[in-house]
Design a protein around this ligand. Sequence first.
Ligand code: IDP
Length: 141
Amino acid sequence: MALERTLSIIKPDAVAKNVVGEIYARFEKAGLKVVAAKMKHLSRKEAEGFYAVHRERPFFNALVEFMISGPVMIQVLQGENAVLKNRELMGATNPKEAAKGTIRADFAESIDANAVHGSDAAETAANEIAYFFATTEVFPR
Ligand code: IDP
């Protein structure tokens, strides 16, 4: 098993619902440790840059509008197989298809407002972590 880091974002819908603590508890119970965190209201430019791979998708503009609609909580999670473990905790992209007991099944309303983001592979995780955090902001350094 590999000790990994992954980028997690609690999206504006879940921050507005006041479930940041409940979502953090799920990370911790699953053995994922928060090793960096910041609350941020993303600019349009930051949201567009973060989701640049989706630029040509029909939902891109709606996704960016949603991501800048309120503050988000951004964290780096560390643990054994952190990338996959976080994806399992999150559940499917569409909350209607998400397995029972997952974050999206429990806290998300729709595919547009689906509570959390999590990196989908170790390589994207490294890029996404660097997008939001300086190396000095992730602990232990
Ligand atoms: P993921 O967040 O589960 O990794 P991605 O396919 O990477 O899913 O899509 C990024 C985000 O874009 C999703 O979390 C969701 O908010 C939004 N999204 C993806 N597909 C659709 C869609 O078909 N309609 C509307 N929004 C979508």
